[in-house]
Design a protein around this ligand. Structure first.
Ligand code: ADP
Length: 495
């Protein structure tokens, strides 16, 4: 039996899952690492802690499973996206802690770039909007604020990488400096049409090209692990940023196929095939995982507050003990009793874009119970996801035919049924909801020649399909009330 090691480097923990040749998980290990908040709005990780925690989980799954290193045919890597690490090529040491995707320190740099009128250029070339979220302004910040960094960068001594690049560098004993299409497409430096780092943007941002990793298809040869680490070398043959890896793991490989991850927030991606669709306002265009040089694209959108609304009911209002209790409580009432909950705790994103909206609950009467409020909170997750999906339908001009789901809150049957009812499409929940790790394993397995695309399609099994079962009038009235609630939540806060 051959195995594939899937490395899942997330924002709060590093995980490793060993999959056997049949795609079944054989061993799992996870280790959390520290989050550093040196100033308000700043979020950092220690790159060495990322590496050490990841290495620990790799060793742990090998020990737990009792397999020999030689049985691991390939490694796949999936990772938190956009987080930025710059290291010195001579010493191998990072010049600064990793600047995490959530970090807002470069908001001012972004404002300046917008004032220079770069928005359209960035959008056309990278599919992104100018935002502190993406790697480019984090690299600019490092070159401007770390003593001596600019000179080292100019002399070719600095390397920039997202977390996948850093892990490949460490795993290969410093031999490889590369990344994949999906991670490159989140840097705001990569031309997703020309498939190359963009000289005009590099010039505008004053980032030397010599810092950048080589970009490869997501499936194929990246590097071989150093023999010093595990005794013999293991090829790394799959790499994908977490959301794109999940899209791949859900086998959404055809244009129009769509997955939604229900976690703290929601991440929705729609595959658009070899066509890069203009994302309009509020969505992003990004690269989907590639298995050869032919580019693949996706549209991406997110809901800021999804499972977090359930956490709020649990931790702040204390109306439920565990997130999963929300399901039973929601089902204890026949309907939402006219209650609509807009969880705009941090404003509203796609398609409303109102940073002054705030969380609001409408339709309260003397008969409203906590069950109605909990039900309305779950329904809000489905309404917001439906809004995103409708935006994707609008920009592609194609109706969505089905939705594949994963993430913690996708375990909630009430929520999934309501999602299906409101979107009026089937919702498919796979048996294996570790889509991200699975996606990295699939990419590696294909890259190593162990699996074909056809074989992995056979491996994907549905746990449950939720079929729409709501009469059109009820559905229409829900959508009208939801939109009305959203309108009334807008503009509550002021500057
Ligand atoms: P993340 O990766 O963003 O931390 P997870 O995929 O682990 O998120 O999902 C956790 C989120 O899902 C939490 O916000 C939690 O409140 C919510 N959640 C988990 N289980 C359920 C459930 N059965 N019903 C509703 N929400 C849930």
């Amino acid at each position: 039996m051959k195995y594939i090691l899937s490395i899942d480097q997330g924002t709060t923990s590093s995980r490793s899952i060993l999959f056997d040749q049949n795609g079944e998980p054989a061993a799992f290990a996870q280790k959390e690492f520290r989050q550093y908040f040196p100033r308000p709005g700043w979020v950092e990780h220690d790159p060495e802690e990322i590496w050490e925690s990841q290495l620990w989980t790799i060793r742990e799954v090998i020990t737990k499973s009792g397999i020999s290193i030689k049985d691991i045919a390939a490694i796949g890597i999936t990772n938190q996206r956009e987080t930025t690490i710059v290291w010195n090529r001579q010493t191998g040491n990072p010049i600064h802690p990793a600047i995490v995707w959530q970090d807002r320190r470069t908001a001012g740099v972004c404002r300046a770039l917008k004032q220079e009128g770069l928005q359209d250029t960035v959008r056309q070339k990278t599919g992104l909007v100018i935002d502190a979220y993406f790697s480019a302004t984090k690299v600019i910040w490092l070159l401007e604020h770390v003593e001596g960094a600019r000179a080292l960068a100019e002399s070719g001594d600095l390397a920039f990488g997202t977390v996948d690049s850093w892990l490949i560098y460490k795993l290969s004993g410093g031999n490889a400096h590369c990344t994949d299409h999906t991670n490159a497409s989140r840097t705001m430096l990569y031309n997703i049409h020309g498939l190359d780092w963009d000289d005009e943007l590099l010039d505008a941002f004053a980032i030397p090209r010599s810092m950048l990793p080589e970009v490869k298809p997501s499936s194929g040869h990246f590097a071989v692990t150093s023999e010093d680490l595990f005794g013999s070398g293991i090829p790394i043959t799959g790499v994908g940023g977490d959301q794109q890896a999940a899209l791949f793991g859900q086998l959404c490989h055809q244009p129009g196929m769509i997955k939604n991850t229900y976690g703290t927030g929601c991440f929705m991606l729609m595959h658009t095939g070899e066509q890069c669709v203009d994302p309009g306002q509020g969505l992003l265009a990004t690269m989907a995982c590639t298995i050869d040089e032919r580019p693949q694209y996706a549209l991406e959108g997110s809901v800021f507050v999804a499972g977090a609304a359930i956490q709020w009911l649990r931790d702040e209002l204390e109306v439920i003990g565990h997130s999963a209790d929300s399901e039973k409580l929601a089902l204890s009432v026949p309907d939402n009793g006219g209650v609509y909950f807009v969880p705009a705790f941090t404003g509203l994103g796609t398609p409303y874009w109102d940073m002054y909206a705030r969380g609001s609950i409408f339709g309260l009467t003397r008969g409203t119970s906590k069950a109605h409020i909990v039900r309305a909170a779950l329904e809000s997750i489905a309404f917001q996801s439906h809004d995103l999906m409708s935006t994707m339908e609008e920009v592609t001009g194609q109706p969505v035919k089905g939705l594949r789901v994963d993430g913690g809150a996708s375990k909630n049957d009430f929520l999934m049924q309501f999602q299906s009812d409101i979107a009026n499409i089937p919702v498919q929940r796979p048996v294996q909801t570790e889509s991200t790790a699975m996606g990295a394993a699939y990419l590696a397995g294909i890259g190593a020649g162990i699996w074909s695309l056809a074989e992995i399609h056979q491996n994907w099994n549905v746990d449950k399909v939720f079929q729409p079962d709501m009469d059109p009038d009820t559905r229409a009235s829900h959508l009208v009330r939801w939109k009305e609630a959203v309108e009334r939540s807008k503009g509550w806060e002021s500057e």
